[in-house]
Design a protein around this ligand. Structure first.
Ligand code: NAD
Length: 368
């Protein structure tokens, strides 16, 4: 048996629960990291190769993200071992079995993540009475459809631009990834006068220094086609998005896309992180040293979880947008001001801010 206490520190994890129901083939792990700020909110990931370490790292990331966003929630995460593309009836059985098994873990509120969606959350809610990211008929706010994270990212950029003296009107944007985060960020930035000069998906990059038609690209993606099928612009390989000359480079796809071996190719003034951990720590430091303003993921992409929290409190879509706008603007400014005055990496400042909030909340609890 491995000693899992080795991954523990002063913040958590509070509990690691392994679930096994051989009759339905269920193997799952739930990590409740820290609940000082409130019941943990965190996604349910379904993938064939998930580990307790990964689950813990994701739960800890939620502790920081929720605390940084000022939400009354701690961090947690769960993983279910399985292929998310399994037949729907099988998936329903597995998700319902998982939900029954976590029914009494009252301080964990599940949400959708890779491999699960609002339908899965409806099954969880049916079994346990609690879940976020629900279908609208159950009071859910469709955060990906309305672009909650992209909206928050645009608000973050609107504040961050002041720190580099960038006018958003005609600012050149490149988006790596044109899914829920990337396309909506482009749309909201377009409404503020910014110009999308390049966008990429797994099939390639489409670029045009004079500006792409954002709505046409979104419409194209909605028909299930790739960006390279757009009838205008230059078509390049997916990786070529890294070389595009721009003012704002938005990672909105996968982790670790910018590393020590390719960071020198970026030609941008700002990287607001839509994706989670899109940069390795070395690459992030290199960008900072080069004067590129990096807004860390858990500050810039918190729109989704703020929306989920408002949904949980029974709030409306309007309330979610207001809360995202206010919280992300306040946090972005606080982090960038302190980073500028202390000459510290924005991530270090953001982490310290989240830690301060969690520590302060821990002081209010009985077992402090
Ligand atoms: P999505 O599946 O809707 O879109 C992902 C996009 O990235 C797709 O267009 C896909 O083609 C593209 N892509 C994947 N690999 C690529 C590559 N190598 N090069 C170029 N494009 C590539 O996912 P999403 O919900 O938009 O999430 C994107 C990222 O943002 C993920 O890292 C996710 O964890 C993070 N995130 C999402 C939310 C949210 O609210 N959806 C919130 C916080 C963080």
């Amino acid at each position: 048996m491995r000693d899992l206490f080795q991954i523990a520190d002063e913040f958590g994890p509070a509990r690691i629960i392994h679930i096994h129901r051989a009759t339905v083939g269920l193997k799952a792990i739930v990590v409740i990291d820290n609940t000082a700020c409130g019941p943990a909110i965190g996604g349910v990931r379904m993938a064939p190769d998930v580990s307790v370490e990964e689950c813990f790292r994701l739960a800890r990331a939620m502790t920081w993200k929720n605390a940084a966003a000022g939400l009354p929630h701690g961090g947690g995460k769960s993983v279910i071992v399985g292929d998310p593309r399994m037949p729907s009836a099988e998936k329903e059985q597995l998700i319902r079995a998982f939900a029954c098994a976590i029914g009494d873990i009252a301080d964990y509120i599940p949400g959708p993540d890779m491999g699960t969606d609002e339908q899965c959350m409806a099954w969880v809610k049916d079994e346990t009475g609690r879940a976020v990211g629900l279908p609208s008929v159950l009071g859910g706010i469709p955060l990906d459809e309305i672009g909650a994270t992209g909206f928050g990212l645009a608000a973050c950029i609107d504040v961050a631009r002041e720190f580099i003296g960038l006018d958003l009107n005609s600012a050149r944007v490149a988006a790596q990834g044109f899914g829920a985060v990337g396309k909506h960020a482009a749309r909201f930035l377009g409404q503020k006068g910014a110009v999308l000069v390049a966008a990429s998906d797994t099939g390639g990059t489409v670029a045009d220094p004079s500006g792409l038609d954002i709505e046409a690209l979104i419409a194209l993606k909605e028909t299930g086609r790739a960006l390279r099928d757009h009838d205008k612009g230059t078509k390049l390989p997916a990786d070529a998005i890294i070389d595009v000359d721009c003012d704002i480079w938005i990672p909105a796809a996968r982790p670790d896309v910018i590393r020590a071996d390719n960071v020198s190719r970026l030609r941008t003034r700002m990287m607001p992180q839509g994706a989670n951990i899109p940069c390795t720590p070395e690459a992030e430091k290199t960008l900072h040293d080069r004067g590129v303003l990096v807004v860390p993921d858990f500050i810039a992409n918190a729109g989704g979880v703020i929306c989920a929290s408002i949904e949980y409190q029974g709030g409306t879509q309007r309330a979610a947008f207001d809360s995202i706008d206010e919280q992300i603007r306040v946090n972005t400014r606080a982090v960038l001001e302190e980073s500028r005055s202390t000459k510290t990496l924005p991530r270090t400042v953001a982490l310290a801010l989240a830690e301060r909030r969690v520590r302060a909340a821990m002081q209010t609890r009985r077992w402090r």
